[in-house]
Design a protein around this ligand. Structure first.
Ligand SMILES: Nc1nc2c(ncn2[C@@H]2O[C@H](COP(=O)(O)OP(=O)(O)O)[C@@H](O)[C@H]2O)c(=O)[nH]1
Length: 496
């Protein structure tokens, strides 16, 4: 008997206090576990959207994904996948429209693999065409219609939710590029100062920014207003058709060859560069067709002189700075309010400045020009030797393109030596490409709410912390109260 009693006293599991304590601990652990599990975000399921960017030089397919239960709230849509369509842009298939549709098949097959099968039918699919198709539509609207018919037919064969193919206006292209940049930077949701967007394509270029001193009434056609996450934005945007880098090169060449076939010594190409080029190809665009000289039939010799300053003079000739009926203009009589804030420059701005190693925002403008001048003056055979991996077409044009970019930014848009440092040359923001496609999809799927979404009073971590601390306090209070209710709890076990 006494041995049994001794065991009871030694074994704390047998006291009522201990039993209550254990039950208390279990209850508290259960409480905290429920708090953690119940409020933990469920395993993410994603939704998808596909946008085809049918540009002047090529088409790219983008797949975006976002957490399924948060699509118009806190989850952010991100680029999951990009597929570059082989071949040229859809506008180049004006004479063989069926091939425009066929060209998309490979990337569309890839998209089928990338999006989970059970999401296929609910995944919206959009195609937006930009300046290449704008030009084709101006030149030959029935050819443009046929290209769209072929593209529609090809896209509708896939199991996605096809939402149509259309030409974006220049204003949409500019505004959606601005939305993309600021959405990815989280500037819209947080109501921060926005970043302007500079987009350089092959056939058009866009500038979009918010300026405090922008009076809409001065040029209503340049204004786009948005209400996003509870903030109002009055965006200035302008798209210059024919001022993409490929069309400007045509204009510059057309200007230099206006006296008819022969040889031109082009300061925008490297010394030693020589190509026989086709006149009819050069003038095959509404951007230059009215400049075609009467005797321009055959070919011309395009040779390089490699002189940055002279190249700038040639490039400046494609701008008209003489007339402006507004308080201020950029060029060609287009209104532009005072530049404001940081800018993100993407697409060809990035390709070119990245190749030239001129993306460093801290590099003063005069150094940029100096480096460009040295690069342009480098003989063509050296350039080819230094960059065996770069396609010759791109390689030949970097001197011209770099000079055009600097001239467009400074003489065209009026960036000064000081404000030039506000320009960041960017390709991606947080793994998503900068461009109009994401902004376009966000708009069409209503994924950016006009009003700020209601947020839960506490974030998940805060909620769990409070529950845990409260449980611990309760536990301590419970133990302390036991000392009063059950005095034996205070005493050390008395061994008989
Ligand atoms: N250097 C270089 N140029 C590119 C690359 N991709 C496209 N480009 C050129 O950059 C310009 C703009 O291309 P993109 O942004 O696709 O514009 P879009 O085709 O007009 O929509 C065109 O002149 C293209 O030929 C690239 O990877 N490297």
């Amino acid at each position: 008997m006494s041995a049994q009693r001794e065991m009871k006293e030694k074994n704390p599991w047998h006291t009522p206090v201990t039993i209550i304590t254990v039950i208390g601990v279990i209850a508290i652990v259960a409480l905290v576990t429920v708090a953690v599990l119940q409020n933990r975000p469920v395993l993410q399921k994603y939704k998808y959207g596909i946008v085809l960017d049918a540009g002047s030089s090529h088409t790219a397919l983008y797949i975006y994904e976002w957490p399924a239960e948060k699509d118009n709230n806190t989850g952010r849509a991100e680029q999951k996948y990009v597929c570059k369509v082989k071949g040229k842009g859809i506008s180049s298939y004006a004479n063989t429209p069926v091939k425009a549709g066929e060209s998309l098949n490979e990337c569309m097959q890839e998209a089928k693999m990338q999006v989970p099968t059970k999401r296929h039918h609910e995944t919206p699919l959009y195609l937006g065409a930009t300046a290449g198709m704008r030009l084709l539509n101006m030149e030959n609207s029935s050819a443009s219609d046929k290209v769209f018919q072929a593209v529609e037919k090809a896209l509708q064969r896939f199991p996605f939710s096809y939402q149509g193919a259309r030409i974006l206006s220049g204003q949409e292209e500019g505004a959606f590029g601005w939305v993309t940049v600021n959405y990815l930077d989280d500037r819209l949701k947080q109501g921060l100062e926005t970043t302007g967007a500079l987009d350089l394509g092959g056939a058009s270029t866009q500038i979009s920014f918010v300026s405090k001193n922008y009076d809409i009434s001065e040029s209503p056609s340049n204004s786009v207003t948005f209400r996003l996450y509870g903030n109002d934005y009055n965006l200035y945007t302008h798209s210059f058709l024919c001022y993409g880098k490929d069309q400007v090169l045509r204009m510059a060449l057309a200007h230099q060859t206006k006296s008819g076939p022969g040889t031109i010594l082009d300061p925008c190409f490297h010394p030693g560069y020589l190509e026989l080029k086709d006149y009819s190809l050069l003038y095959d665009s509404p951007c230059v067709s009215d400049r075609k000289p009467q005797n321009a039939t055959g070919t011309f010799n395009h040779s390089g002189a490699g002189n940055f300053k002279q190249c700038q003079e040639v490039v400046k000739k494609v701008f008209n700075f003489t007339s402006c009926k507004y308080s201020r203009c950029s060029f060609n009589g287009v209104f532009q309010p005072p530049l404001q804030g940081p800018f993100g420059a993407f697409s060809a701005y990035y390709y070119v400045m990245d190749f030239l190693k001129l993306t460093d925002a801290t590099m003063p403008l005069k150094d940029v020009k100096e480096k460009l001048a040295n690069y342009c003056a480098t003989p063509w055979n050296e350039i080819v030797k230094q960059h065996p991996e770069v396609p010759i077409k791109y390689l030949a044009e970097y001197c011209f393109s770099g000079t055009y970019i600097i001239t467009l930014l400074t003489d065209g848009y009026n960036f000064t030596s000081e404000s030039y440092s506000n320009i960041n040359f960017i390709k991606k923001i947080k793994n998503s490409d900068a461009g109009w496609t994401l902004g376009y999809m966000l708009n069409l799927t209503n994924m950016i709410p006009a009003e700020a979404p209601d947020s839960p009073p506490l974030p998940h971590a805060g909620y769990v912390t409070i529950i845990t601390i409260s449980a611990l306090i309760l536990f301590v209070l419970f133990i302390l109260s036991l000392r009063f209710i059950c005095p034996s709890f205070q005493k050390t076990p008395h061994i008989v």
